[in-house]
Design a protein around this ligand. Structure first.
Ligand code: KG4
Ligand code: ZN
Length: 344
């Protein structure tokens, strides 16, 4: 067994519409990070088509792994362990990565680590910020999840609260879709919002009462849809930038408020942002400003590590391996894997 500082972890990610592989040395030195996105394929359908995603993963998985090894300048024989996302995500998509990882781990006789995708998103921050260590509060905002997680140390988490219905990214995507913007809608709304007036329309967001760390975005989504319909019926010309900015403000306000309250309740002074929506420029700015005003250290990953990638999976896998948390060859995809399943 190579020593912990030098061990090479091959990370594999295929939970949704990105086939990704990465090579990590030790816990935080990224040697390669290859992402093959299927976004252009799914765009014409306005969202991810699970069956198409699985088929694309099958075609892409080995070439992506080969490229990750080549870019890192290492051979498969140098890999000390394989870490793979086993949930949450699309079952057919997950199975491709899990099967590839099991085959490689078996063939090379190296340990296998099963990684929770959401935990991976949080661990992206360790790659962007070498000095970051737990404890901290993590705000995970992705296409599938919105959650506040108290990270006690590398392997002990507690869930403060999560969304009851739509995830923040899902709300961005659905609102964008009805506004006729291409998939994925998050980056489109982000761009459009920069030209709009965020105070133009008052879209309320639910569950604002203090001490409640759950989120709900489906009411906000409906409020935007109702507004769009009303404007259409009245034949009023729509200012899409104002709608985007006002919707985005409503999402951001609730995320900032609950993050600050959760930090105070858990008596923490460090906030870590994670997940695809972390790429949102206004969210990052607002959280940074709020953190500064409250004396809180604030971290978020570099843009390429915000959305789905395998570097974050390799990093999470490394810290699991350090705690002896390995999987065996019976590892299966768990599409509904939740954070509470891994709470320690
Ligand atoms: O983490 P991720 O890549 O996949 C999941 O695990 O779900 O997140 C994808 C989500 C999509 O909903 C996408 O619209 C959103 O992240 N997203 C953004 C931005 N970039 C990606 N949302 C708002 N602003 C952005 N700049
Ligand atoms: Zn993700």
């Amino acid at each position: 067994m190579p020593d912990a500082e030098k061990i090479l972890t091959l990370g594999i990610e295929s939970s949704c519409d990105e086939t990704a592989a990465a090579v990590l040395r030790g816990g935080r030195e990224l040697l390669s990070n290859v992402i093959s996105t299927q976004i252009p394929v799914h765009r014409k359908f306005g969202g991810v088509v699970p069956e198409i995603a699985s088929r694309r993963h099958i075609v892409n998985v080995m070439p992506v792994i080969d490229e990750a090894l080549r870019t890192a300048g290492v051979a498969l024989a140098d890999i000390g362990q394989v870490a793979v996302t086993y949930g949450p995500g699309l079952v057919g998509a997950l199975l491709v990565g899990v099967s590839a990882a099991k085959a490689l781990a078996f063939a090379r006789n190296v340990p296998l680590v099963g990684v929770n995708h959401l935990e991976g998103h949080i661990f992206a921050n360790f790659l962007s910020h070498k000095g970051l260590v737990p404890p901290f509060m993590a705000l995970v905002v992705s296409g599938g999840h919105t959650a506040l997680i108290h990270m006690r140390d590398y392997n002990h988490f507690s869930l403060m609260g999560q969304t009851r219905d739509d995830a923040a990214g899902e709300a961005f995507d659905k609102v964008a879709r009805v506004m006729g913007l291409p998939y994925p809608g998050g980056p489109e709304i982000d761009r459009l919002a920069a030209e709009g007036d965020e105070d133009a329309i008052d879209f309320p967001c639910a569950l604002r009462e203090k001490g409640n760390y759950e989120f709900s975005f489906s009411g906000l989504k409906s409020a935007v849809l109702n507004y769009l319909n009303e404007m259409k019926m009245k034949r009023v010309e729509l200012n899409k930038a104002d709608v985007a900015a006002s919707f985005q403000k409503a999402v951001i306000e609730v995320l900032v408020q609950k993050s600050l309250e959760a930090l105070a309740e858990a008596k923490l002074d460090t906030l870590v942002l994670a997940g695809g929506v972390a790429a949102n420029s206004a969210l990052e700015r607002r959280l940074r400003e709020a953190a500064e005003a409250h004396g809180i250290r604030f971290y978020f990953p570099s843009k390429i590590l915000c959305t789905d990638n395998a570097a974050m999976i390799a990093c999470r896998g490394y810290y699991q391996s350090q705690a002896g948390l390995f999987a065996d060859l019976r590892l299966n995809a768990v599409p509904g894997l939740s954070l509470s399943d891994v709470e320690a």
